[in-house]
Write a protein that binds this ligand. Structure first.
Ligand SMILES: [Zn+2]
Length: 314
């Protein structure tokens, strides 16, 4: 990590190291701050909260884009290569591993924020189930959606503290202090979820894709997803029928859809069941509308809590 070219001898040392490692540059920005590249919105938000004023933080995945099927452009690859720190969740960013290799930079600190968290197994995607040849060796898929509980979000924040501190030890205390302040807010959010969902009338909620497994587990609810761990798949007709039956049997009054995915399937199911639709946001990116309303991670999660309370008390 070299943020400031203090002296000729330091410059020489750093240059030598760069040549030895075969790596041309890892320069901090002109304002002397760390350049931190993150993948999608929650990673950006958590990183901003920890970094405070000490870093330029950008998100590669723009507002309104769905991260499960996003791919980096040449410009993104350049930013990835030049980053002092790269923060990603893990698994959602299927492109990350290969891209980090292609945009090699030995001085870059890489933070896979979900790494220390024990991930749950998800069901194989629809396509695996529908294709008997694939089913034979369909691997269990790990569920990446840990950012959707305030409890696991705290662990991701801790992983980011480690990464930023490694890249920029001079500001270690600030990173710790910023993280503690944000973790305090995440704890308060967790308390409102615990209190708000404790005595709800129903425990089952139908979602557009299987993003809320950790949240359901944390607060004693049951998620019934229309699509699998990734939202692009259209469910098979028998799966649709199964969800409609489930919703009718359990008197589900609300079918949840997402802000970044076409709500067509959710609407069809809602119509069949005679239920209404509402947003439950997996926070895989903010929309322009979210930004206009100044919504951030905690704001969207608070809206999610209100939506769940309403739906589960009907
Ligand atoms: Zn997802």
């Amino acid at each position: 990590m070299k943020k400031i070219w203090v002296s000729k001898s330091l410059a020489f040392t750093v240059l030598s190291a760069a040549i030895l490692s075969g790596c041309a540059s890892n320069t901090a920005s002109s304002n002397g701050k760390l350049n931190v590249v993150t993948s999608f919105y929650p990673m950006y938000e958590f990183t901003k909260q920890v970094a405070g004023d000490h870093a330029n933080v950008i998100a590669l995945i723009p507002p309104g884009a769905e991260p499960h099927d996003w791919e980096p452009s040449a410009k993104d690859m350049k930013q990835l290569k030049d980053a002092n720190v790269f923060v990603y969740n893990g698994i959602v960013e299927g492109w990350a591993e290969q891209s980090l290799k292609s945009a090699e930079n030995k001085n870059r600190v890489v933070v896979e924020a979900s790494k220390g968290i024990e991930l749950m197994e998800g069901l194989p995607e629809e396509e695996h189930q529908a294709d008997p040849k694939k089913e034979a060796h369909a691997d269990k898929i790990l569920d990446p959606h840990v950012w959707l509980t305030p409890v696991l979000a705290q662990q991701e924040v801790e992983a980011i503290v480690v990464g930023l501190t490694q890249a920029d030890p001079a500001h270690k205390e600030d990173y710790r202090k910023n993280a503690d302040a944000y973790i305090g807010k995440l704890k308060a959010l967790d308390d409102s979820f615990k209190t708000g969902l404790k005595n709800v009338k129903h425990k089952e909620f139908v979602t557009q894709h299987a993003a809320f497994g950790y949240l359901a587990k944390e607060y004693g609810l049951k998620q019934v997803p229309i699509a699998g761990l990734s939202p692009e798949e259209e469910p098979a007709p028998d799966k649709m029928a199964e969800i409609i039956k489930f919703a009718k049997d359990n008197k589900v009054q609300t079918i949840f859809f997402e802000t970044l995915v076409d709500p067509k399937v959710a609407s069809t199911i809602a119509k069949e069941v005679g239920a209404k639709t509402a947003v439950l946001n997996p926070i895989e990116g903010l929309t322009d509308d979210d930004k206009k309303k100044n919504l951030d991670y905690i704001g969207v999660m608070t809206n999610n809590l209100e939506a769940l309370k309403k739906a589960l008390n009907e």
